[in-house]
Design a protein around this ligand. Structure first.
Ligand SMILES: [Zn+2]
Length: 467
């Protein structure tokens, strides 16, 4: 094996995806994402890259999520001047998410300064984002034979459908008779908004995500039945139904299923408010790139907007958002942030958690110690913007909306890689990676957990950084 892979992020952890592939005499960077979650992890975003950005020949971006693309403007500001290859939809979504991230970092920093609190300066400005976007170049799906082959030196690059968010790709690199595959984030197999992922081809080396390597999702049909029942029952209280959601992917997923359930007569036609300017822009990208979506969605799109329940409203301005406080009667409000770490959802929670007829419907992961987890665990009162708010609302948790492949689907995705391939696991917590590695090795493949390659001491394959 001549190709060499070094992982500077998403090794022994989920976030911060950043890997260096040295192949065919080229240095190719795969993803450049933010570390997210604990303060310890987020501190790493401020650190210098453990490689010289100017020494990289080319960069390839698997998809637009910030844990994969969120440090790209920093990389460019610190000297990377080469091309950044990705799907057109990934370019558009990266633009929206990175500009939003720059704005939030700046607002957080200014707020901390006003209060005299210590805070890290923003990683980059919106000008840095716009400058980085000038280096983005398009990348098509499919074997290079059907498109003009993308070559970096003598390394041939092709992309295939990953089915995780629009524009998400698994990347295939070929040089000197070797094939290396980078999975990116792999989506799941179900009748839904995104297409099914294309399985991994035969390969010499596979760098593979393992987020859900130790567990399966509940069947999606069960999730849908519970979601419909929850909305139907909540509508009878006459109160607000709050759904915290990420602006990208989960919001469009929820809108698609609300529209479908209404049409099937399984839920009443309620007013639905999407209280997120970012979600409005993201839906436009979905409409422009219908080819990135599933056949089911494309079939609906032939005669109507697939993301439009009968009574849908978008709130763009702050005034439109505030006006939702005065609404009477049952209504669904979808707002970010999905993990309740900030954003407009906090205002809606502050105003409505104390009412008995409010329903909070949690459709995404809530981290330990966060507001969402406190509510799910039955807190009697919670602090929001400095005030203690009593919790009288009904809290519903609906699992199964994940955009990631589960254990069975990861094993299916990698089954064609071949018994000669070396599979390196990244983008997972240790228990998930250990469990998946054991399953892969048990069926004759050669899997191991990719160690972090940033020069830190590694003991027995485990990082000693405490992550
Ligand atoms: Zn992702």
């Amino acid at each position: 094996m001549q190709a060499k892979l070094t992982s500077y992020g998403a090794a022994h952890t989920v976030t911060g995806s950043n890997h260096l592939l040295e192949m065919g005499g080229q240095k190719i960077l795969l993803d450049c994402g933010l570390f997210q979650g604990s303060n310890l992890l987020e501190e790493r975003n401020q650190q210098a890259f453990p490689f010289a950005p100017a020494s990289i020949d080319a960069m390839v971006l698997s998809h637009a999520h910030l844990d994969h693309a969120g440090r790209v403007p920093k990389l460019v500001r610190e000297g990377y001047s080469g091309p950044i290859y990705c799907r057109e939809a990934t370019f558009e979504l990266s633009r929206q998410l990175l500009l939003d991230a720059a704005k939030i970092q700046n607002e957080d920093y200014e707020r901390a300064q006003r209060k005299g609190e210590k805070a890290d300066p923003p990683l980059y400005s919106s000008e840095d984002v716009e400058r980085a976007l000038l280096q983005f170049q398009p990348l098509e799906y499919g074997p290079p034979k059907e498109y003009s082959a993308l070559m970096i030196g003598n390394v041939q690059i092709s992309a295939q459908v990953a089915g995780h968010i629009p524009g998400s790709a698994s990347l295939i690199f070929e040089a000197d008779g070797e094939r290396v595959v980078f999975s990116g984030d792999i989506g799941n197999i179900r009748k839904d908004v995104l297409p099914d992922p294309t399985p991994c081809p035969e390969a010499d080396l596979v760098l593979m995500e393992s987020t859900y390597g130790d567990r399966d999702h509940r069947p999606f049909e069960e999730t849908m039945l519970e979601f419909a029942k929850t909305i139907e029952q909540a509508s009878k209280t006459g109160g607000k139904i709050l759904i915290p959601s990420f602006a990208l992917e989960r919001t469009q997923d929820i809108l698609f299923h609300l529209a479908r359930l209404e049409e099937e007569g399984k839920i009443p036609q309620l007013p639905v408010y999407v209280d997120s300017p970012l979600a409005i822009r993201i839906e436009e990208t979905y409409q422009r790139h219908l080819g990135e979506l599933s056949e089911e969605v494309q079939a609906v799109a032939a005669h109507k907007n697939p993301f439009m329940p009968a009574n849908l409203h978008y709130s763009n301005s702050r005034d439109e958002s505030k006006a939702l406080n005065a609404l009477s009667g049952a209504a669904i409000i979808i707002a970010g942030a999905g993990m309740l770490t900030g954003g407009r959802i906090l205002h809606h929670l502050k105003n409505n958690l104390g009412r008995q007829n409010t329903s909070l419907v949690i459709v995404g992961y809530q981290p330990q110690g966060g507001l969402g987890r406190l509510l799910v665990d039955g807190a009697q009162s919670v602090r929001i913007y400095g005030d203690m708010i009593p919790v009288k609302a009904a809290i519903h948790t609906i699992g199964g909306f994940s955009a990631h492949a589960d254990r069975t689907e990861l094993l299916h995705w990698s089954s064609n890689a071949g018994t000669n391939s070396e599979i390196r696991l990244v983008h997972g917590e240790m228990p998930a990676m250990e469990s998946l590695a054991a399953a892969l090795n048990a069926r004759g493949q050669h899997a191991r957990i990719q160690p972090p390659g940033d020069g830190r001491a590694v003991v027995g394959g485990y990082s000693n950084t405490g992550e």
